[in-house]
Design a protein around this ligand. Sequence first.
Ligand SMILES: Nc1ncnc2c1ncn2[C@@H]1O[C@H](COP(=O)(O)OP(=O)(O)OP(=O)(O)O)[C@@H](O)[C@H]1O
Length: 241
Amino acid sequence: MTRSSSPPLLSVRGLDTFYGSSQILFDLSLEVARGESVALLGRNGAGKSTTMKSIMRIAPPRHGTVAVAGQEVSRLRPDQIAHIGLGYVPEDRQVFKLQSVEGNLRLGMKKGPQGRDDWPLERLYELFPLLAEARHKSAGLLSGGQQQMLAIARALAGNPELLLLDEPSEGLAPVIMDQIQALILQLRAQGMTLLVAEQNMRFCLDIASSVAVIDHGSIVFTGSLQEFRANPEVASRYLAV
Ligand SMILES: Nc1ncnc2c1ncn2[C@@H]1O[C@H](COP(=O)(O)OP(=O)(O)OP(=O)(O)O)[C@@H](O)[C@H]1O
């Protein structure tokens, strides 16, 4: 999906990922250019979370490569991967419930690529005023929407160049979904590159510049948002609409 000659920020090539003997991803390839916001859309069980986990090497692929800004991730040591610029917000958010909001943010803090340190606490609190108000509260006492915000803020605290969000709208009331959507739009406006896995097409299309559709562990469509909208049969065939 990149149109420039520099390597895409994220390049995923030919992933085959298995859980035990079950193959979940089949020769899956995907690109995210710098500054782009890619929606990875697919039905329940299509393989969206497994794609995210394969990129993060939580579910390491058996075959295929993942490169970040041209550097292949599978060749790096785990301590190097932590500083390569990927921020990951898992589907179940995984906030540390017994820690305070600020404790969670501090635990997420690390320098990004080239020692970047763009997200001090003050900037995080500016973007997430609700977290500033709740800074001393235990994370386990936050609402689902606030926990989603905390999970995103904690990922930002690691100074990522690319943010991977796995089903950020899941389980949220529509009004809270709108708030998360507005936040993601603010991040886009600030230049963040995003890969957002979603079942909820409406949520995702408002924040996406490009779309990749996954079905049964393979990418079946990639294109710009305009191309996706111009091909409504893709949504009716592969997504629950
Ligand atoms: N740990 C696991 N062990 C075995 N099979 C798994 C595991 N995790 C997921 N699967 C299976 O892999 C397939 C893809 O799951 P995945 O979670 O990647 O899909 P998804 O598109 O993210 O869907 P969802 O919206 O339900 O999260 C499903 O058939 C699922 O049952």
